[in-house]
Design a protein around this ligand. Structure first.
Ligand SMILES: NC(=O)c1ccc[n+]([C@@H]2O[C@H](COP(=O)([O-])OP(=O)(O)OC[C@H]3O[C@@H](n4cnc5c(N)ncnc54)[C@H](O)[C@@H]3O)[C@@H](O)[C@H]2O)c1
Length: 528
């Protein structure tokens, strides 16, 4: 039905999608979005995981996930890029100036749909990646597809292979077929120093096979899951406690551990693992957004801008890569020191993007850029479509995992510390604001990435057809889409965002954002 509506609609109608149900075509105008998508929007008191089971079974709601629910999914390319940026910046935090990533170890888990991107990202970052995967089939598949270089089935063999890789300073990714907890414990016992540690098992879904407990084989776990789910839950919690204990032993020796947005720390804390900070409120370890992507990227407006060439031609994608590189180089020449590193990492990414062979299906590309970068790249694409250099329209979008659009207290907005991380006003403003500034479609979902009831995330799609109207739309909408998020982060007193929004106000006279007045810490201590 949805395809039918899309094929017959005019540009004076809008299709309204209610959690997968096409409610119908309603009269609108040429300037309105062609599609409005909502997924899983609930009355807040009815947004617990059990409510999802019930209302999904009734067929009245559905889980939107993130870009998939917005018709903006481009395969693993997005996560490879985001993970590469995260790993490179994590190493910068850990290593001394001048030290390289060569021979340094990144240990993590999961070779599934998204987690399978980790070894490729590790290779792009130039380190030794060890990734445990309990499901042999998944590991073998990732190996055959070239996502991971080496498969190892035995722990002693793994230790030997890692030592060789370190000695030779190889850039290599190694999949260990088995449980991640065994690897953390074995590396401690055999004194292998882990520089970076993380985890990407599916802990947003811990009781239904997202996380496999140590001590059981993959088959034994699946059997228990079917016959004795309560016992399985107990085993998962025991395993998480053991997992966290092993991580703690390594971090005491200097390992940098970060939560990679899979709810590892949240579920470990719920299982009673030793992962809480001394204040009993925060976790012992920062999430990657708190420490890395938040302050280094999102607060400056850098986030996963993406585009799709509707011609489906590789040659058009090649042209867009070249255009984006040229624009980024021009911007970098006049950029402040604060954002030079991000510009440099992304110029390198776009230069190597084709070589990394990440396109699956649609001819699509991802690149972290700020408001200026996104707008200038989009304008350059629109000009190239107008003059025929690019042969057909280009659709712009972004991952929801961005500076704005997504309110997610355990991930995208986890580096908001003024208490507002449990609000979801930003996501709603993004969707409404984008819709009347020229988005071709807008979307908002409850759930996505970290789980139903835990996040509101929104996105958009925008068609560039080379017209003058498209140029007006892209400038208005991309500006708002990014700066709405920076403004919200600045109001939460994030220094980098205050810097970025002030810079934007200097450039844009009719932007007037309410700035925070910073209260002296000692005054606050006295009052509270
Ligand atoms: N940070 C981000 O940007 C980001 C992006 C996408 C997804 N995620 C999150 O990452 C998680 C993984 O996503 P996915 O799509 O790859 O899920 P997935 O279920 O496809 O893959 C997870 C893999 O982990 C393996 N696994 C589970 N327990 C294990 C254990 N104890 N030891 C070794 N292997 C184990 C499973 O066999 C599975 O193959 C999810 O929670 C997701 O929400 C984060």
């Amino acid at each position: 039905m949805t395809m039918q509506y899309l094929s017959e609609m005019t540009d004076e109608q809008t299709l309204h999608m209610y959690s997968g149900h096409p409610m119908g075509l309603f009269p609108s105008s040429k300037d309105a979005p062609r599609v409005v998508v909502t997924n899983g929007m609930m009355i807040p008191n009815y947004s617990k995981p059990d409510d999802w089971e019930k209302y999904n079974a009734l067929g009245v709601t559905q889980y939107g996930q993130m870009t998939a629910g917005s018709y903006m999914y481009i395969g693993s390319q997005g996560i490879v890029h985001g993970t590469a940026i995260t790993v490179m910046n994590a190493f910068r935090k850990k290593l001394q100036k001048g030290e390289t990533n060569k021979g340094k170890i990144f240990l993590t888990a999961g070779l599934g749909g998204m987690s399978g991107a980790q070894p490729k990202a590790g290779n792009i970052a130039g380190c030794v990646t060890v990734c445990a995967e309990v499901n042999e089939k998944a590991a073998v598949k990732r190996h055959q597809q070239g996502w991971v270089d080496i498969l190892v089935f035995d722990l002693d063999e793994l230790v030997d292979r890692v030592r060789i890789a370190q000695e030779k300073e190889e850039v290599v990714s190694i999949a260990y077929v088995g449980n991640i907890v065994d690897v953390w414990e074995k590396f401690y016992q055999d004194e292998i120093f882990i520089h970076l540690g993380s985890d990407q098992t599916s802990l947003h879904n811990p009781w239904s096979g997202g996380y496999y407990p140590v001590g059981l084989t993959f088959e034994e776990s699946n059997q228990m899951l079917r016959t004795d789910p309560e016992n399985f839950k107990t085993k998962v919690q025991e395993s998480l406690r053991r997992h966290a204990e092993a991580v703690n032993k390594h971090t005491a020796k200097g390992t940098y551990f970060f939560d990679y947005g899979n709810a590892f720390l949240l579920e470990s804390s719920r299982a009673g693992a030793d992962v809480m900070a001394e204040n009993g409120i925060d976790f012992k370890y920062p999430s990657y957004v708190q420490d890395i992507l938040g302050p280094m990227c999102f607060d400056y407006g850098f986030g996963p801008f993406r585009w799709v060439c509707t011609s489906c031609k590789e040659s058009d994608l090649d042209k867009t890569d070249k255009i984006a590189e040229k624009v980024m180089l021009e911007i970098k020449a006049n950029s402040p020191e604060e954002i030079q590193q991000q510009m440099q990492d992304n110029i390198k990414w776009i230069q190597d993007a084709k070589k990394n062979k990440l396109v699956v299906g649609s001819q699509a590309r991802i690149l972290y850029a700020d408001a200026e970068g996104r707008s200038k790249i989009a304008k350059a694409f629109n000009d190239a479509i107008a003059n025929g250099e690019i042969t057909a329209p280009v659709v712009l979008g972004r991952d929801h995992h961005d500076v704005s659009g997504t309110d997610s207290p355990y991930r995208e907005t986890s580096n908001i510390y003024d208490g507002s991380k449990f609000t979801a006003d930003m996501a709603i403003h993004n969707v409404i604001g984008d819709s009347f500034r020229g988005a071709t479609w807008v979307s908002i979902h409850n759930g996505g990435g970290v789980g139903w009831g835990e996040v509101m995330n929104g996105g958009f799609g925008m068609l560039l057809d080379g017209s003058a109207e498209a140029e007006v739309r892209l400038k208005k909408m991309l500006f708002f889409d990014v700066n709405n998020g920076i403004a919200r982060r600045s109001w939460a007193r994030n220094e980098e965002a205050i810097f970025a929004i002030k810079r934007e106000m200097d450039r844009t006279p009719n932007l007037k954002v309410t700035l925070p007045n910073i209260v002296a810490e000692d005054l606050l201590d006295e009052i509270i």
